[in-house]
Design a binder for this molecule. Sequence first.
Ligand code: KG4
Ligand code: ZN
Length: 332
Amino acid sequence: MYILSFESSCDETACAVCEMSDTSRTIKSNIVASQVDTHALYGGVVPEIASRAHIEAISKITYEALSQANLTLKDIDAVAVTYGPGLIGALLVAVNFAKSLAFANNIPLVPVDHIKGHIAAAYLTHKELKPPFLALVMSGGHTSFYDVKSYTSLDEIGSTRDDAAGECFDKAGRVLGLPYPGGHAMDILASKGNSDAIRFPSPSIKDSLDFSFSGLKTSVINYVNTKNQKGEQICKEDVAASFTKVIAEAVQSKVDEALLKTGYDKVVLAGGVSANSHIRKAIDSLCKKRGAHFFAPEISLCGDNAAMIGAQGYYEFIDGVRANESLNAFPS
Ligand code: KG4
Ligand code: ZN
């Protein structure tokens, strides 16, 4: 079946068409209109600007997604849309657009949780991947472990107690003067530095599957500000490498604990931060050591996109999940 899907929870307006069945998980089109350049001027996402930009982009990218897939609305079997979590004004754009499109054309509407969508991105890359498995979603707004019991049901078994990993990467990038969002630039910089140069506090919280990134974030900001005040040179590569090392090590040891706790032998890493080469390497080497299988979406599907919403929308549809005219957006 063909699923037309929408995503507008943060600063990407996205529309995709996926062809999904028991045996096929195919992306026919996946259009992302990014607002990153606009928000970069402010060093972070400005919610009001995000909502307006979604409104301006959504019709155009819907035409693009359908025409790239060589389909019309008549071919579409279901419409899927992210209803939360995210910025309320931003979410409302795709929710209302999808509602109008679905009900005016008599197409079933399926509400999709953004976090489940990030996990479903891995189904599109790894056609053999099936639940149950352990998932770690690391994005700009979330960092949590999930026991993924089936395609549609999951339990959170650990989480950050404050900031998300992506937020921590972005703030570290900002203090180092890197372009917003800093995650990708930090990844590249970290490859060129000495990861043992500076000791930053670990984001790992003992005796739990939880993280705390706020101490690490403050520590890197203080390190850079103190150096600047003293007029001392900063080796950005060493800061990025040392910062990334404590995160990768914490993630590696928490994944190890989570594997032991759940008894699973499959690990999915998802969300924008799952593009990080150092974190991927750390989990991959742990999985090899433990005889577990490691799955992560291809890089283009790690960040926010609508194909992942279409993939999850398919499994929700099969499970009988439908939205009516009262569907609303849920920020958290
Ligand atoms: O999942 P996502 O696209 O949006 C949210 O749902 O939040 O995640 C965006 C986050 C940003 O914080 C961005 O800096 C981070 O993902 N990110 C990375 C990398 N690529 C994107 N963080 C670390 N390393 C990367 N290579
Ligand atoms: Zn996301």
